[in-house]
Design a protein around this ligand. Structure first.
Ligand code: ISE
Length: 322
């Protein structure tokens, strides 16, 4: 399988280094606007380095394209790959804004088959998978509490946090509950331009609600989920780590980034994506999932701006994604 990588930052490098260890994979090109980053990754995984991502996406003899460049480049890259019927593994968010996401969905619907797998990798994380199966036994669900703590040196805007980080929690909620989010309310502190803490409450179609608590000045990288239902509850067990007892105390190393916490999920995601290439049809989280999440993100941003709960209108799921 001849693969191209666009984006040689953290995520692109992680995927490239993981994919190249899998049987039958050859990385033929690595693109990054930073010439040195493209060269360093290409030296490690193979392929020609370039600064022209679009040229890599448009290569006619590519079997798969990994898009791990900034989100405002995703749409053009995905469309260029679609022109050659190339399978795509696209990092989240799908694109910036529901309108751009919808264009990608429309392109797949017009082709009549899925070519894009979206990097919402929590569905492959063993602890999330176990939580999902336990959640299904809890009867009517009343509340889900999502906690997401990130160590980020630069304070981001609420819009960026919702697009780059909360998009995961928004997708997890829909996956765990199996229903749509219909209304959201957002609060940010100290202010929406430099957020340290963001709180989103989400209401589900048919009842039940959730909170997403996001913290940017966290002491470590952590993702936790607690579900409360009619018949009981489930708490996603923290990933097992070594407890260190020293200096009169006891502590557990948690880690500061998602590469460690979700390493296994990313590897499974990469393996599933290669299966999509063999099958000629994308499996796993879809462009539609990306569009649905982005519409929730847009309502959450509107809620912050307008200081009120904002509805998320639902769309009919096209047959391709049912
Ligand atoms: C980051 O970009 C990711 O993709 C992580 O999965 C997410 O948890 C983190 O908040 C994002 O900044």
């Amino acid at each position: 399988m001849r693969l191209g990588i666009v984006g040689a930052g953290g995520m692109g490098s992680f995927h490239a280094r993981s994919l190249v260890t899998l049987p039958g994979v050859e990385i033929v090109a690595v693109a990054d606007l930073r010439e040195g980053a493209a060269r360093t990754l290409a030296d490690a995984v193979g392929g020609s380095p370039t600064t022209d991502g679009l040229a890599v996406a448009a290569m006619p003899d590519l079997d798969g394209l990994v898009i791990a460049s900034p989100e405002d480049t995703h749409e053009a890259l995905a469309m260029a790959a679609f022109d050659n019927n190339t399978q795509v593994l696209c990092e989240k968010p799908l694109a910036v804004g529901a309108i751009a996401c919808k264009r990608i969905v429309d392109a797949e619907v017009e082709m009549g088959h899925r070519l894009l797998q979206l990097g919402l990798m929590r569905v492959y994380d063993p602890s999330h998978v176990q939580l999902a199966s336990e959640t299904a036994q809890l009867g009517v669900l009343h509340h889900v509490r999502c906690v997401h703590r990130n160590v980020h040196e630069v304070r981001r805007t609420a819009q960026l946090i919702l697009n780059q980080s909360l998009v995961h929690d928004i997708h997890s909620l829909r996956w765990l509950i199996g229903r749509q989010i219909v209304r959201v309310t957002t609060l940010a502190t100290p202010n929406p331009d430099h957020v340290e803490h963001l709180l989103v409450t989400a209401e589900f179609e048919g009842g039940g609600h959730a909170t997403i608590e996001f913290s940017e000045h966290g002491f470590a990288y952590e993702v936790a989920v607690e579900v409360e239902g009619e018949l009981g509850g489930a708490v996603m067990a923290p990933v097992m780590r070594t407890t260190v007892r020293r200096d009169g105390g006891s502590g557990v190393h948690i880690g500061t980034d998602w590469f460690g916490r979700f390493a296994e999920a990313y590897r499974i995601e990469d393996t599933v994506w290669l299966q999509s290439i063999v099958a000629g049809e994308a499996i796993g989280p879809s462009a539609w999932d990306g569009l649905v999440a982005e519409r929730v993100v847009e309502s959450a941003i509107a809620s912050l701006r307008e200081r009120r709960p904002v509805e998320v209108t639902t769309l009919d799921t096209p047959a391709l994604y049912r």
